[in-house]
Design a protein around this ligand. Structure first.
Ligand SMILES: [Zn+2]
Length: 466
């Protein structure tokens, strides 16, 4: 006789292979009150979804997206085309259930005012859960004094740009910011390209008549990234504060980060899908401006190094840096290497592309895929085990990924407001059949069914206090 369950779950995910960063088993999952309530055994649910033949994985965490503008929008001035509404739909369509947005202070705003602005923008529009990273442009005494307050209010990550003139002008104060952040259990995200080297390269190219968008790669030499990573690792060592290098792109910069890791320093590395699938030759194609992001596309040896870093664990996470423009604004030929519009759409493609080109080909294991797309980010950003795994008591954030489901990428028909994808025309295997967020089915048979505003901001505890 079959045992009779004493209660009915809200939702049962039936017949899939449940995989986490540490285990894999064919079993059913029970979900109640938004959380995983049972793994395996006999389950009955008020609603069931059929996961047979599919993989049931922890929902993705993409900790690097841009769904709010750094400036107050002005009519007629091109800007990023996604917001929390469209961006979170793209996330859901691609199996991502938690996003980390870069929140820039606009003119005259303090860090806390900027966060309050984005919290209110996301409140009624975001369909996935989210955290906000506080971007510090200027390390003024007021801004430094805000950092402990941010932590007490549940914001435990800070973002700095080594590319900015402000960084160069106030480098010692920026180091102080990183020190304070570490002391209070904040993780500092750093864009590592040396601003002076980048500006000098761009001006030199313009002066010699080679400053068009096709020259983008030359305007941001790999040396400027390596120099910045060396400096960031030194800052990590001097302050003892953990650092998270965003969108690392080159082999030599990865070697610099690895040397720090081997000395036991808390140096964490993110790379970005762009550097796994494209190389600098693409920038010279007609409309090559559509591939522009910074750092730029690199060489085949760098691409291979990124894959090795994903496989050997020296790269911890994949972040989309989703920051899309319309194609017309992107390839506008009045732009040059100093005014180019940086960023591409990648939220909907980040997980399927990595599955297709990584897991399916054997470049990375399925376990590593889960670490890179979910578990490591949850741990680093203070969200584990609420997010980033499938375990009793964890939020029921899941992606039911069908490894056989094949699609040809067509950015014009995807959820992002971008009208193209840098991967248009590529065949990709492994798309979500269902996405589940806190027990709610938000993608059903490939259709986004989430209500705007259902996403929740996630308060975080300090994570890295020494
Ligand atoms: Zn970014």
């Amino acid at each position: 006789m079959r045992p009779v369950p004493d209660f009915e779950c809200d939702l049962v995910v039936r017949g899939g292979t449940v995989v986490t960063a540490g285990s894999s088993a064919e079993c059913d999952l029970g979900i109640s009150d938004g959380r995983i309530s049972q793994v395996g055994g006999f389950l009955r649910g008020r609603r069931e979804i059929d996961a047979s033949g599919a993989l049931v994985l922890p929902g993705g965490l993409d900790m690097h997206v841009h769904l709010s503008s750094p400036q107050t929008p002005e009519p007629g001035v091109p800007a990023w085309v996604d917001d929390f509404r469209s961006g979170s739909r793209a996330a859901i369509a691609g199996g991502v259930t938690t996003i980390g947005n870069m929140t820039f202070p606009r003119e005259g705003q303090s860090l806390r005012q900027a966060l309050a602005h984005d919290l209110s923008a996301a409140k009624d529009t975001a369909a996935t859960d989210y955290v906000l990273h506080s971007v510090m442009i200027s390390p003024s005494p007021e801004a430094l004094a805000e950092l402990p307050l941010l932590v007490s209010e549940g914001h435990t990550s800070l973002k700095l740009f080594m590319t900015s003139e402000e960084f160069e002008a106030h480098a010692a104060d920026m180091i102080t910011a990183i020190r304070i952040a570490g002391q209070h259990g904040m993780l500092t995200l750093i864009h590592c390209e040396d601003g002076a080297l980048v500006r000098s390269a761009g001006e030199h190219l313009l002066a010699s008549g080679r400053g068009s968008l096709a020259d983008w790669a030359d305007s941001r030499p790999e040396l400027s990234e390596r120099a910045a990573v060396e400096r960031a690792v030194a800052i990590c060592e001097v302050t003892g504060s953990p650092i998270y290098i965003v969108h690392l792109s080159s082999r030599s910069a990865l070697q610099s980060a690895r040397r720090g890791q081997l000395r036991g320093l808390p140096v964490f590395v993110e790379t970005r899908p762009l550097y796994l699938y494209l190389t600098s030759g693409a920038l010279r194609e007609p409309q090559g401006g559509k591939y522009i992001g910074s750092p730029p596309l690199r060489e085949p040896a760098d691409l291979a190094a990124m894959w090795s870093g994903l496989a050997d664990g020296s790269i911890h996470t994949l972040g989309s840096d989703h920051a899309p423009w319309s194609l017309r604004d992107k390839i506008d030929d009045s732009l040059d290497v100093t005014t180019a519009r940086q960023g591409v759409a990648d939220l909907e493609t980040i997980m399927p592309m990595l599955f297709s080109a990584g897991v399916r080909t054997g470049r990375i294991s399925l376990q590593r895929f889960i670490s890179l797309t979910s578990t490591n980010a949850a741990r680093l950003f203070g969200l584990y085990p609420r997010k980033g795994t499938i375990a009793i008591g964890s939020d029921a954030d899941l992606v039911v990924l069908d490894p056989q489901l094949r699609r040809t990428i067509d950015g014009s028909s995807m959820q992002s407001n971008a009208d193209y994808s840098v991967y248009d025309g590529r065949e990709v295997y492994g798309w979500p059949r269902f996405t589940v967020s806190r027990g709610e089915v938000v993608l059903a048979d490939g259709q986004v069914v989430a209500e705007p505003g259902r996403g929740q901001w996630l308060r975080r505890n300090p994570t890295a206090a020494p």
